[in-house]
Design a binder for this molecule. Structure first.
Ligand code: NDP
Ligand code: MG
Length: 411
């Protein structure tokens, strides 16, 4: 029986992971659940899966959970241990009782636990792409040193992993990795309507149901930029050999082009339970609960090049890849700040790339091209970029005289 720790259990990936685990009670045991503050969702998960340890990053929420456990579970032997200290919380990923860590916290908030899991040599099911964007070099070197196996959950990377005969590309056999992108909700929206985009519009993805941050990243296509960086590290592939192609139907989740002209693709419904089940069971296969793909119902498969005018965040990600050093880490941090402000109605959708670009320029004017040599340095640089993005954001928002649009304004 595989013992699982889920970091980010109350989020979209966490909930989908538990849905797959529930189908296979004799294969998987939930040892640990970690969340930030959604205590009601976490409580229901504790009641159903009886983890021995629970991490709650928000200390007030942890106190609420402890009180609830005390008052509602009379049998003390069934009380899970509740951890909220940040160091102890990340260390749950290295716990000897855990075989497999699902890294599904959103943003760089997931870096410490992913790092702990990798260093402890765990099997790491990686959804938290921001960890690799911020600290790819360190993370992959640590995985080699510890023997950790990183299995991608991100659908594109999982698709590529499935298309590669051994999960690792033989450099002489593979010509290109081809990441597909849906193009998000604004692929065809007239550019003069971008001013009125609300968080609700941006989170309404045409094909996938996801958390709010990654939904906005998909709408700006920053998500695809982050995924190019993620793929470069995961598959040790130079970014120049990673292409992005817009495929609005989201039937093909990514492809590998080989030197002999063959292109292998992985197809499926746009449902994260498929890559999650693949990674959980690898190298075996298990039922994911996802209905089979009905090929006769697929009306067409279309492909187009991404429009970098429409999606400046993708262009910025390509710039950051080219710059190297701390540039990927900086665009990731600035993006997290800008997206949070947009979701909070403090910044317009169209201003997200402005914040990222100005933060990247500031970093490159300093020591931006030098890569961080330790996780501590990554965290220091990440904090610097966040602070810088925050002050740039305040300046940009102050220049905007009209209020940031809300649903009410549009109505
Ligand atoms: P959600 O916003 O739905 O969930 C985020 C999870 O992280 C929640 O459980 C949340 O807890 C927890 N969390 C947030 N901040 C902290 C913190 N400081 N400490 C501990 N836990 C925290 O995100 P998604 O599930 O959509 O995405 C998670 C990751 O997976 C992201 O990196 C995303 O890019 C990646 N991914 C997601 C896909 C998807 O389909 N959703 C597809 C591919 C990749 P709480 O609920 O208590 O706030
Ligand atoms: Mg993806």
């Amino acid at each position: 029986m595989k013992s699982i720790a889920i970091f980010g259990s109350t989020g979209s990936i966490g909930i989908n992971t538990l849905a797959v685990i529930k189908l296979h009670p004799s294969r998987y045991r939930v040892e640990t659940l970690v969340a930030h503050s959604q205590i009601d969702v976490l409580w229901a998960q504790i009641a159903e899966f009886s983890p021995r340890k629970v991490g709650v990053a928000d200390p007030q929420s942890a106190a609420v959970l402890r009180a609830r456990i005390k008052s509602e579970i009379s049998d003390k032997t069934r009380h899970p241990e509740v951890v909220d200290d940040p160091v102890a919380l990340a260390a749950l990923a290295a716990d000897h009782a855990v075989d497999c860590v699902v890294a599904a916290i959103v943003g760089v908030a997931g870096l410490a636990s992913t790092w702990a899991a990798v260093r402890a040599g765990k099997q790491v099911l990686l959804a938290n792409k921001e960890s690799l964007v911020a600290a790819g070099q360190l993370m992959m070197s640590a995985a080699i040193a510890s023997g950790a196996m990183i299995l991608p959950i991100d659908s594109e990377h999982n698709a590529i992993f499935q298309c590669l005969p051994t999960g690792i590309p033989a450099p002489q056999a593979v010509q290109k990795l081809i990441l597909t992108a849906s193009g998000g909700p604004f692929r065809t929206l007239p550019l003069d309507q971008f001013d009125g985009i609300t968080p609700q519009d941006a989170c309404r993805h045409p094909n996938w149901v996801m958390g709010r941050k990654i939904s906005v990243d998909s709408a700006t296509m920053m998500n695809k930029g982050l995924e190019v960086i993620e793929a470069a590290w995961l598959f040790a592939m130079p970014p120049t050999r990673i292409d992005v192609v817009v495929h609005p139907e989201s039937v093909i989740h990514s492809m590998v082009q080989f030197v002999d002209g063959s292109v292998l693709a992985q197809l499926g419904r746009p449902d994260m339970r498929t890559p999650i089940a693949h990674a959980l069971a690898w190298p075996e296969r298990i039922d994911s609960g996802v209905a089979p793909l009905d090929l006769c119902a697929v009306t067409g498969l279309h492909f187009e090049a991404p429009d970098l005018q429409r999606f400046p965040c993708l262009r910025l990600a390509f710039d950051a890849i080219e710059q190297g050093g701390i540039a990927p880490l900086v665009i990731n941090a600035a993006n997290e700040i800008a997206v949070a402000a947009f979701l909070d109605h403090r910044l317009r959708f169209k201003q997200i790339p402005h914040v990222i670009e100005a933060t990247l320029d500031a970093a490159l004017a300093g020591t931006g091209t030098v890569a961080p040599e330790s996780i501590e340095e990554v965290l220091v640089k990440d904090a610097w970029a966040r602070q810088r993005a925050q002050s740039i954001l305040v300046g940009i928002a102050a220049q905007t005289l009209t209020k940031v649009p809300t649903m009410e304004h549009r109505a």
